[in-house]
Design a binder for this molecule. Structure first.
Ligand SMILES: O=C([O-])CC(=O)C(=O)O
Ligand SMILES: [Mg+2]
Length: 643
């Protein structure tokens, strides 16, 4: 993609002048030379009207898709990277582009192709870069070293975040190499908790819009808006309407940070090509008074559309996605409010390849952690009693997946196993006497019990072995609550899942200290290791980031057309199987993120295997070794040599 194409996108999308995000379109320079080109499927006017050099057919063939381990033809730039545009394997460094790439100044301003000081002497000559760069030539490895030092010099997390976003806009391959090489350190920067703060301040920190904004103004024109996005071969879309951003509430249009962050992880953690990822924010207004009164707010300044108006926009959007990108585009719903999330999932799960990350992704990751935790505490799922604080998407989603797995393991009916799972919402324990006034997604959890109106009493009466926080309310697992858990459990399992860190139900330190070091603890946002009475405890991160990148890769590499609950169970099983004895010895119920690409390949393979078994996968024949196939499909961000 050319930077001039991006400029066109910025001005066409009408965002060029919105508040402080109105960056002047970048200088449009006619490139002096085009690196290489094969037929493009872009629209007229998509590309620079530049000199084009077609790749000789012979060369194209040489660089065309390679065979996978089973002799199937694939290309290693990610699934369906037909022309190998994004491919860079150890033995295949020379890019076989299907698109034209500008030279000179424009090349340096194109984040997809810019390599900064890593351009070789030959490339500097061939692509008119002489004088535009300082004379030093340094390899990507050294650039990574330099960048991590640069990021580390910032003390404020938001500054680190901005430096990372800046790099993504400047040099995409360096951004992903850096993120992959330092994943443990940089995940909290590009993702939770920092992304939460970034969303809160989104309007004032971004000079250049990321992702696609679809507002009520675009009603009736959504297909045209999708066409404004410069990439055509889209495989994964993460979409939010910004109404429930992490545990921070309604951030309206500023929720864009979430789809952008999630999709960065699709690439870094799951190996999906960046050009195949599309972040989208639906703007139907906001009920956040602060934003409505902020003259710098970047979204629609009106209260949220609801009911039919909302449903119609979403329906046009969902229809347009399928019309534009086909049956197999994966749509991830993210951070919608409860009152829309369940209904949207229900409505579209039978017609689209769609899942809700907060309901299903979180459920899958938590189930994996619980299955692993059983190795430390003993017993089967059916032997445990679960209590949730929070009965929204995550709470009921996790509860349902636990019930489903338990029911499969024991052959007991779902209604029966649900009785071991209790939920507390803002009005207290969910019990049968409240049934008539409950939202539909809470009803299955209304068991026979007298009313209980607070968490501590619920803990003391239900006596759960597992306590899970999905409330979005920080510091709600009080000292009394944790002490109660520790009083009747040798090893209480305590999960504080709400994000970001400020909304976590308790800190790692509190969980370990108040349980005298006996808790098995994990949280949605990361906490550093804790020392308690001379022993170091390493808390795990129960975050859907473990699941969705590999889950998505598994779906797209197998051409799966619908998400079935069994696929979530398959992802969960694969993740749990990646926890090593060494991890268990440290009290961890999740493997470290350091090996996440390997973990994602296993998750992808298990998900794909299940999809083939269920007849949902369309990519035939089924590759024999799905783990190797997943690995061979993953995008790698090393630089390639330009002709
Ligand atoms: O984004 C995260 O860190 C996890 C998540 O989906 C949420 O909290 O909504
Ligand atoms: Mg979420």
């Amino acid at each position: 993609m050319l930077s001039s194409t991006r400029c066109a996108f910025l001005s066409n999308s009408g965002l060029g002048g919105c508040g402080s995000m109105g960056d002047a379109p970048r200088r449009r320079l006619t490139p002096m030379r085009v690196v290489c080109m094969t037929p493009s499927n872009g629209r007229p006017g998509d590309r620079n009207n530049s000199v084009v050099m077609e790749t000789p057919l012979k060369e194209l063939k040489k660089d065309s898709p390679v065979d996978d381990v089973d002799g199937n033809s694939i290309s290693a730039g990610g699934p369906q990277d037909v022309y190998g545009e994004d491919r860079a394997t150890e033995d295949q460094f020379v890019t076989p582009w299907s698109v034209s790439v500008a030279s000179g100044y424009t090349l340096l301003r194109d984040p997809h192709f810019n390599k900064g000081l890593a351009f070789s002497e030959k490339e500097r000559d061939a692509h008119y870069l002489r004088g535009l760069l300082p004379p030093s030539v340094i390899p990507q490895k050294t650039q990574v070293k330099k960048m991590i030092q640069h990021i580390r010099q910032y003390q404020v997390p938001l500054q680190k975040y901005m430096a990372m976003m800046d790099l993504q806009e400047r040099n995409e391959r360096l951004f992903y190499t850096l993120l992959i090489d330092h994943v443990e350190e940089l995940l909290p920067v590009v993702y939770t908790p920092t992304v939460g703060e970034a969303c809160q301040k989104y309007g004032s920190i971004f000079m250049r819009p990321q992702g696609l904004y679809i507002s009520l103004k675009e009603k009736g024109k959504i297909r045209e808006v999708l066409r404004n996005w410069p990439e055509k071969n889209i495989q994964v879309i993460v979409v939010t309407d910004g109404e429930r951003i992490l545990g921070l509430g309604d951030l309206g249009c500023q929720g864009m940070g979430i789809p952008v962050g999630k999709l960065s992880l699709y690439t870094a953690l799951g190996g999906v090509r960046p050009s195949a990822c599309l972040p989208i924010t639906i703007d139907v207004g906001t009920n956040n008074e602060k934003l409505l009164n902020d003259e710098l707010y970047i979204g629609l300044k009106q209260r949220r559309a609801t009911g039919q108006e909302y449903a119609e926009l979403m329906h046009e959007f969902m229809t347009a996605l399928k019309q534009t990108y086909g049956e197999k585009v994966l749509i991830q719903f993210e951070d919608f409010a409860n009152h829309n999330a369940f209904d949207l999932l229900e409505k579209y799960r039978s017609t689209h390849l769609v899942f809700n990350d907060d309901i299903q992704g979180t459920a899958s990751v938590v189930l994996a952690g619980l299955v692993a935790a059983l190795k430390l505490v003993g017993g089967n799922l059916a032997d445990h009693r679960f209590l949730f604080l929070g009965a929204g998407e995550a709470g009921t989603g996790i509860a349902e997946l636990i019930a489903l797995e338990t029911s499969k393991q024991t052959n007991a009916p779902l209604e029966e196993v649900r009785k071991n799972i209790w939920l507390v919402d803002s009005k207290g324990l969910i019990v049968s006497s409240r049934k008539d006034s409950l939202q539909h997604f809470k009803k299955p959890w209304a068991h026979e019990h007298e009313p209980v109106n607070n968490l501590l009493d619920a803990v003391n009466q239900i006596k759960p072995t597992v306590l899970i926080g999905t409330s979005g309310q920080g510091r709600t697992f009080t000292k009394e609550v944790i002490e109660a858990m520790a009083s009747f459990n040798k090893k209480p399992i305590i999960l504080s899942l709400s994000n970001p860190t400020s909304q976590s139900e308790c800190t790692a330190e509190e969980a370990y200290k108040w349980s005298q070091g006996r808790a098995i603890f994990a949280s949605g946002s990361p906490f550093p290791p804790v020392e308690y009475e001379g022993k170091v405890f390493v808390p795990g991160q129960a975050n859907n980031a473990y699941i969705f990148p590999g889950f998505g890769l598994g779906l797209i590499m197998s051409g799966t057309i619908r998400v079935h609950d069994d696929l979530l169970l398959a992802a969960s099983e694969a993740l749990a199987s990646q926890v090593s004895q060494e991890n268990f010895d440290m009290g961890l119920i999740y493997p470290p993120f350091t090996n996440i690409r390997k973990i994602s390949a296993h998750i992808a393979a298990n998900v794909a295997a299940k999809a083939y078994e269920l007849g949902l996968a369309t990519r035939l024949p089924q590759p024999k070794d799905l783990v190797k196939f997943a690995e061979s499909c993953m995008y790698t961000p090393s630089y390639r040599t330009y002709r």
